[in-house]
Structures are given as C-alpha cells and as structure tokens.
Design a protein around this ligand. Structure first.
Ligand code: PLP
Length: 728
C-alpha cells in the first residue's frame, strides 16, 4: 500500500487546472496557482534550470497515474475526462528527450525540486525525432534508427496555447541571425511537462521548445528535430543557440521571473551573451555597440555572473563545446563576437570559441559532480580552481527503487516516511532486523526473476524476428536450440550505460580464457547483462559494442556454457530500472578519473545492489571501505595520460587483471555465504541511500541559489543538507 497523499482529492476534475496558456491535468488549481505565483514573483525569487536533455519517462515514475490507480478512478461520466483517463492509463509513456546520464540526472533533479517545493522552471527542447532508436544485429552491430513518437498523444505533455488566439498554439519568437549574418526569427511551439511531486502538492514545469515548425527557417527546423544532431558543426552550434537564446523571450512571454539561472552543463550558455548585451544596453544606452570596450564587456559580465550557477559534468573533451571562430562570423553579429573573443577564448585552441571557458568565466558558482571530479576539474582549469566546488550527484529514490523493494520499505515500521526522507535509512535498526532481511531477499529474488523473464522473452522474440526481418539476433543464445535461456538465481552482473570508449564496457573480456577458467574451475554459473547506446557519430564506441557481441560465443564455449553474455538493445529508463534492481552486482569499469560521477551505480545502491567498480566518480564516496561492494583497478595519482582517451592509455591489461583477481571472491561470497552477501545490500541502504539521492543534492544546490524559501520548505531543506556535505 502506498501511503495516502497529503492532498485530498474527491473528484477527478479537481485535478484539472488552467491559466491563460491552457488547461492542464495533474494538480489542483490551488497548487497550480501557488507554483505559478512563485515563478512570477516580482523579486525573481526562483530558478530557471537549463538542460539540453531531460530524461523523465513516465513509465518509471508517474505519481498521477499511481494516484488514479490507487483511488480506482477509472470511470467518469464526462466523456472528455474519460478520454483523458484512458490516455493516462493506456497512452504512450516515453518522452525520448534524453541520451544518457546528463538527461536522466536533470529529470531526477527536477523531481526532487518538486518533492521538496523548490520554485524552479526548467527549459529544454522537444525533439520530434527524439534521440535515435537502437537496433542491434550480431553481424553489423548497432543500427541507428529514427525514433517516432508523438508529443500530442503523450499524456502529461501539454502544448501551451496563445492567450490572444484561443485554440491556437502559442508561438514563441526567438531573435536569431541566419547564416549570412542577417537578423531572422526562429519560432517555436512551447510544450509543458509538469514534473509533479509524489504528494501531488507541487510541480516543476519543464518548458520544451519545438522549433521544427513551419514558421521557423528550415535550418532551424532541422536542428531542432533530433537531440545531439552532430551532422555538421553548424547544426550543433545552432542547437546550442536555440537552447540558450530562448530563455529571455520565454520568460518574457510567460511572465515568469526567475533571477537565478542554473546551467546543467554548458550547452545553454548562450543565455549569458544575451544577458550581457542587455546589461550593456542598460548601462550604456541603445548605442552601446558603437562605443563599448573590453572593459565594459567585463563589467557587464561581472553583473551577469551574479545570476549564474554552472554544473560541469565531465572531464572528457567531447563533452565540451568548441566551435571554429570562422563558423561564428556566419551566424552572429559583431557585438556578440566581441564578447566571445573576450570570454570564450581558449589559449589551447586560439581559432575556436570554447563554451566551457565561457561558462567557467561567467558564473557565481561552479560545481563538479563528485569529490574526485572536483579535484580533476581544478587541475583542468587551474585559473578557476578556487571557485570549483563539489556537489556529488544523486538519483531520485522514488524513481529508481523497484516496486518490490518499495513494498518492503512501506511495510517496515522503522522505515516509515522513507518516501519523504531518504535519510531514514541511516539507522542501525534495519541491520539487526531479521524479518527485514528476509523480505529484502525475497524482493531481490522477485526483481531478478522479472529481469530474467524479460531477457528470456527477448531472446525468444529475436528468434522470431530473425525469421520475419533481415535482422540477425544480437545474441548468440538466440541462435542455440534447446537450452538457450538464463536461469533464475544465477549470479548476474549488470552493465549498462552509454558506449563511450572511456567507459570500457569490454574491459572484463580482455582475457576470455582467464575469465572462463575462473568459472570452470569452480563450476560457477554467471550471467552477464549488457545494454547501452553509442552516439551515432561515435565509431569507436560502436566498435566496443560490437566487440561485446563478438565475445559471446567464445565465452560460452570456453566456459562450457556456464557464462551467458546477453546484450539488451534499446537501453532506456525502463530497462535501466529493471536491470539495476534485478542483477546481483552492478559493474562499472571506466578509466579513472574519466567517469565524473556515474549515476547508474547509485540506482543499484538504492535497491541495495552492491557495486563492483573502479574507484572513480561517486564510488570513491560510496565504497565505505568495502561495506557496500568491491573496488578494482588503478587507483594511483594522475599523470599526463590520465585524461586521455587514446587507446594506448586505457589501461586494459592492468585493470582487467585486477578484476580477475577479485571476481572469485565475489562469486564465492554469493554462492557460499548468501547471508554475508545480503549484508552488503543492507549496508547500501543504510550508508548510500541517505547520500546519493537527489533530495540531498537539490538541497546542496539550494545553497548556491540565494533564494528565500517558505519557512516549511527551508526547514525541510535544512534537514536534507545535513545528510551529507559533498565539498569536504
Ligand atoms: C542512469 C542512466 C544513465 C546513466 O548511467 P551512468 O552510469 O551515469 O553512465 C544512462 N542511461 C539511462 C537510460 C539511465 O537510466
């Protein structure tokens, strides 16, 4: 039983709310007015959170749908409400506006802002073709397919209406410069997704801009269609501009006033250019561009910086936008370039603008996403070392804890209130409670069964698909006759994340013979489940994926069928949730220190699943001397090669050898000392859930925001801030 909501709803239409931009569903009019009122407060006492991607698929967290199901609200005499209900229950549940960790983190963060009542609006783009869909063929590897989805049909997404033209969509105008340096206008429809709190008593609106409408110039339409479309540098640059340049017009059109801007990675940093221009105009008058000096720009930037909070997410070069200066002579006016020359310069590449440098310069707070990443970022940007702080990432516990685990927590008295406060887990009572241990083990077994059933059904489906299409099943097991599936209760390792070379998905297959021998000598069965997408332009990443497929048969044969390696195509949040809760350990084998944080391991920890990981990113903080899992691989100091992704510097032999040394201990514990294995799970709940959740993380961000909170909210946030201090 999910505990009752604090808000009383007796009739469905109490969840309908509206304002001059349309009519929405999910919160009461009171809640809607309260939030909108805070976001339009004349003092600007709120935050706009800008992110290129937001991952918040309703199929893994949907408090409105849970509420409808709990209340058995299934029928209405009003046909309009009935249609809405049907759509909520049966309509699409995926919003493919994310590619990986950055987007999912954004979604998790916004959910925690909603749960803790922090006044925030988010801005991102709505990509009609989403991110690509992944098909996998054993001979070809990853095949990229366009994604088709429909925002119109997706419940919980609302298109804002034009207040002056009832029934017509709102069209936002964003001033732009075209490829010949002429002023033009980009146009966008504005969609709103409400990230609604678990209690239905607050929400964070996400405004998603759809630029692929006929009113926009064709090149804008094209750039807005697909997330991270990197077909050309100019397409990429335009996508960034579309995100950063819409912020001021959007606030103006909606009458919203947030004064603090949070850049989730530097993609939207163009907003600072517009703010600097506005500031120059304010201090120097309309003719500022005739007479402005570098000094004037610097002073304006200093003013603007007071409003910017910036999170940097990666030490990997591909994560930082650099564009040729020559490209910008085509798409921006002189004044803008004068600012970029000054603030986006990069001594390492004098012919480029570096947008990370711009974001680094224009802010009042920069944070990295773990302690180790803070140290690395300081080394990468020594000029800014003093202001770079750590706020370690988290995950939204209500999204990532499986249904079976949640049932156990709901029925454990010591944990009552865990939904509101993930800090509750920090107590000894659960380590001593035998009944709790038993129920946790049962929930784990249940989640393992769900996952294995899913995989076995998939393997069978791929066999049919082989007959019906030209696609060769990605998994060797699908080609076997007879006993081709996976068994319940077999030690299962999970690995799923984007396929970038530095994440080294293939590390543990570096020496198949050694790996197989460990299993054969002890007669240990092992399931290895892998998933993840490589960016369509990332050929090395695709090769790693293909290598995983190519290892399957040899590993199977060498291990005499004990090891079964399966690749699950189409990684998304739903698959992630099933995997992190259904496996027995979560593998993380990046090259240290390139995984700035990593969040999938935190999702596993939320379910009590121990991590088996290189000492990188969050795991340095989550390892607790071995109480919550295992570490392997190089841990030494950084050298000149540390930040390189060059294949010669990726340390395969060293780190895989360390893994093979460790693995027998892990398997022995699992098969021979199950109670001790379960202790690791309980330790994860006790030690890691209270730290690596986004409620705590959001609270740490609030410190940087300088906003006045309502007394109740402030008190609650103070409690979350006490749970952990990242920056020590
Ligand atoms: C959590 C998540 C990620 C990020 O995983 P990392 O470990 O941070 O790389 C990527 N994709 C999906 C679908 C996720 O749920």
């Amino acid at each position: 039983m999910i505990p009752e909501k604090s808000i009383q709803i007796n009739e469905l239409n109490e969840l309908i709310c509206s304002n001059r931009f349309g009519s929405f569903f999910g919160v009461t009019q009171d809640v809607f007015d309260r939030v909108w009122g805070q976001l339009s407060n004349p003092q600007g006492n709120s935050v706009v959170y800008i992110s290129m991607e937001i991952g918040a698929d309703p199929d893994v967290f949907h408090p409105v749908l849970d509420f409808l199901n709990e209340q058995a609200f299934t029928r209405s005499s009003d046909p309009a409400i009935q249609a809405l209900l049907d759509n909520y229950r049966e309509g699409p549940r995926k919003i493919p506006n994310y590619s990986g960790g950055l987007g999912v983190l954004a979604g998790d963060t916004l959910k925690s802002f909603a749960d803790t009542h922090i006044p925030v609006m988010a801005v991102s783009l709505l990509y009609k073709e989403g991110y690509f869909s992944q098909i996998v063929d054993s001979k070809v590897g990853q095949i990229d397919q366009a994604t088709s989805w429909s925002a119109e049909k997706t419940p919980g997404l609302f298109q804002l209406q034009d207040p002056d033209n009832p029934g017509q969509p709102l069209v936002l105008t964003v001033p732009f410069f075209n490829e010949y340096d002429h002023p033009t206008e980009a146009k966008a429809h504005v969609w709103m997704k409400m990230e609604i709190s678990e209690e239905l008593d607050y929400f964070v609106p996400e405004f998603l801009l759809d630029y692929s409408i006929p009113e926009s110039p064709p090149w804008v339409q094209e750039a807005g269609l697909r997330l991270y479309n990197a077909k050309s540098a100019i397409m990429k640059a335009n996508q960034r501009r579309m995100l950063g340049s819409c912020i001021l017009p959007l606030k103006q059109t909606l009458g919203l006033t947030p004064n603090t801007i949070h850049l989730n990675e530097q993609h939207g940093v163009a907003v600072t250019l517009h703010l600097i221009l506005r500031q120059l105009e304010k201090t120097m008058g309309a003719g500022y561009h005739e007479s402005m000096t570098d000094r004037d720009i610097e002073n304006a930037a200093k003013e603007v910086a007071k409003h910017i909070v910036y999170t940097i997410h990666t030490p990997v070069k591909a994560g930082h936008d650099r564009f040729a200066r020559s490209l910008y002579t085509g798409i921006s006016h002189d004044t803008c370039r004068q600012i970029l020359n000054l603030l986006a310069s990069d001594p390492e590449s004098p012919h480029d603008y570096n947008f990370t440098a711009l974001a680094m310069r224009v802010n009042r707070a920069v944070n990295s996403v773990s302690r180790l990443h803070r140290d690395v970022t300081r080394q990468q940007f020594p000029e800014f070392a003093d202001k770079i702080k750590a706020i370690t990432n988290g995950v939204h516990h209500l999204t990532w804890i499986s249904g079976a685990r949640a049932e156990v927590f709901d029925s454990t008295d010591d944990l009552s209130g865990w939904r509101d406060d993930p800090g509750i887990f920090a107590q000894d009572a659960i380590t001593e409670n035998a009944k709790f241990h038993r129920k946790l083990q049962q929930a784990w077994d249940k989640d393992n069964k769900t996952l294995i059933d899913y995989v076995n059904t998939m393997l069978a489906d791929h066999r049919t698909q082989m007959v019906n299409t030209w696609i060769d099943p990605p998994n060797y097991l699908s080609h076997l006759t007879g006993d081709y599936g996976l068994d319940y209760g077999v030690f299962t390792i999970g690995f799923a994340r984007r396929f970038s070379t530095y994440k080294r998905a293939d590390l543990i297959f570096d020496n198949l013979k050694t790996l197989a021998n460990i299993l054969v000598e002890n007669n240990w069965q092992l399931n290895l489940l892998f998933a993840g997408k490589a960016h369509p332009q990332d050929e090395p990443g695709k090769s790693v994926l293909k290598l995983i497929l190519d290892n399957q048969e040899e590993l199977y044969r060498r291990s005499k069928g004990l090891a079964r390696l399966v690749f699950i195509p189409g990684y998304d949040m739903k698959i992630a949730k099933m995997m992190v809760s259904g496996v027995h350990t979560w593998l993380n084998s990046p090259k240290r220190p390139l995984e700035a944080s990593g969040t999938s391991g935190m999702k596993a920890a939320m379910n009590g699943v121990p991590n088996l990981s290189v000492m990188d990113g969050w795991w340095v903080e989550g390892y607790h001397g071995g109480k919550t899992g295992w570490k392997f691989g190089y841990e030494g100091p950084m050298n000149d090669d540390s930040l390189s992704e060059d294949p010669a510097t990726l340390l395969y032999a060293e780190d895989s050898a360390s893994f093979y040394q460790l693995l027998p201990r892990v398997l022995d514990l699992f098969y021979n000392q199950p109670n001790k294995y379960l202790d690791l799970a309980v330790n994860n709940l006790q030690l890691n859930v209270p730290i690596f959740n986004t409620h705590r993380m959001a609270a740490e961000y609030v410190r940087k925001y300088n906003i006045d909170l309502e007394p109740n909210t402030a008190a609650r946030i103070a409690g979350f801030q006490k749970l952990y201090q990242s920056d020590i």
